[in-house]
Design a protein around this ligand. Structure first.
Ligand code: PEP
Ligand code: MN
Length: 336
């Protein structure tokens, strides 16, 4: 349930109402907009009589929220969520491009890619240290050494880093990571999501391969329910009957999510298609559809990559895409 408070209401009267509701066992989520204060009631609000709340003179209106996600719901927080991550804006009028290799492979590789993507305007560096591979015989990532190399690249370039956590036991190693990625395969690992909710770290939450948008929002809710509001959603393609691409990029997820939630929505055109030559077209489409950012795999030697080389673009190709999407971003009122 959402209670919209009339502008110019006295803070002590708002406090009295909030306290009365808290005493009845509800948790209150406050959101101060430009004109209105919104109180979001979390709990089983069936027992509350709307007319009783509405009759209070400080209350402008009462809205029942039927969706099971509350904190992620735009009704609770009408303005877009905007974060400052290591000095880079995510959400709002910013288009955040995160770029880097699928996995960290060596110092030369990550430093060279980091310098190049930074020059082209990427705001953050990605790279997996712990890799969720389909085969146990494939390269599993460099682990802690990979994390150290990412932190070294961050020190040299100033780019905040985004890297995937696979398991709760790895959390202590992520203290200096700027954005913790939860991959498609872990996006309904509720134990992990709950624990990430207890941190204050920005979480890049990818959509699972067979996950509805409502389920994605419920996973975001798991993190937010623990007190961590810093969630970024990522559409990365879903499994369909189509085999021409690795996954099917659900472009309509962008306007639907932007309608339902205030959280920033970014798109990963690389894993969505699995084809390097599709990355440009899908990047342009995602920005035109209103995405708040992109996550793109870039490798300095794609043919030698230990993971996902067939879908990685080169730094030169990335530079070309950045120049093109700048124009699409401008049309959407966003800047790179
Ligand atoms: C990745 O970003 O490296 C990755 C493994 O992606 P996803 O979880 O979307 O498959
Ligand atoms: Mn990959």
């Amino acid at each position: 349930m959402i209670i919209v408070i009339k502008p110019d209401s006295k803070p002590e009267e708002v406090e009295r109402l909030s306290q009365a509701l808290e005493e009845r066992g509800f948790h209150i989520h406050r959101s101060q907009g430009r004109d209105h204060l919104i109180l979001g009631l979390i709990g089983d609000t069936k027992s509350i009589e709307e007319s009783t709340i509405r009759s209070q003179h400080i209350v402008e209106k009462v809205i029942r929220v039927n969706e099971p996600y509350k904190k992620a719901n735009r009704a609770f927080h009408p303005a877009d969520s905007v974060y400052n991550i290591g000095g880079k804006q995510v959400g709002g009028d910013s288009l955040t491009v995160i770029a880097g290799p699928c996995s960290v492979e060596s110092e030369d590789q990550i430093l060279s890619i980091a310098e190049d993507v930074k020059k082209s305007g990427a705001k953050m560096l990605r790279g997996g240290a712990f890799k969720p591979r389909t085969s146990p015989y494939s390269f599993q990532g460099m682990g802690t050494n990979g994390l150290e190399l990412l932190l070294h690249a961050k020190k040299l370039t100033g780019l905040p880093i985004v890297t995937e956590i696979m398991d709760l036991s790895q959390l202590p190693m992520f203290s200096e990571v700027d954005v913790i990625q939860v991959g498609a395969r872990n996006s309904q690992n509720f134990t992990l999501l709950k624990e990430l909710g207890r941190t204050k770290k920005p979480i890049l939450l990818k959509r699972g391969m067979a996950m509805s948008l409502k389920e994605l929002l419920m996973s975001a809710e798991y993190v937010m329910a623990g007190g961590n509001d810093n969630v970024i959603l990522c559409e990365r393609g879903i499994r369909t009957f189509e085999t021409a691409t690795r996954n099917t990029l659900d472009l309509s997820a962008i306007p639907v999510l932007k309608n339902k939630t205030h959280l920033p929505v970014i798109v990963d055109p690389t894993h969505a298609t699995g084809l390097k030559w599709c990355v440009e077209a899908m990047s342009k489409a995602a920005v035109a559809a209103g995405a708040d950012g992109l996550m793109i795999e870039v490798h300095n030697k794609p043919e030698e990559a230990l993971c996902d080389g067939e879908q990685a673009i080169t730094p030169e190709e990335f530079d070309g895409i950045m120049k093109k999407i700048a124009r699409y971003a401008e049309l959407e009122g966003k800047s790179l």
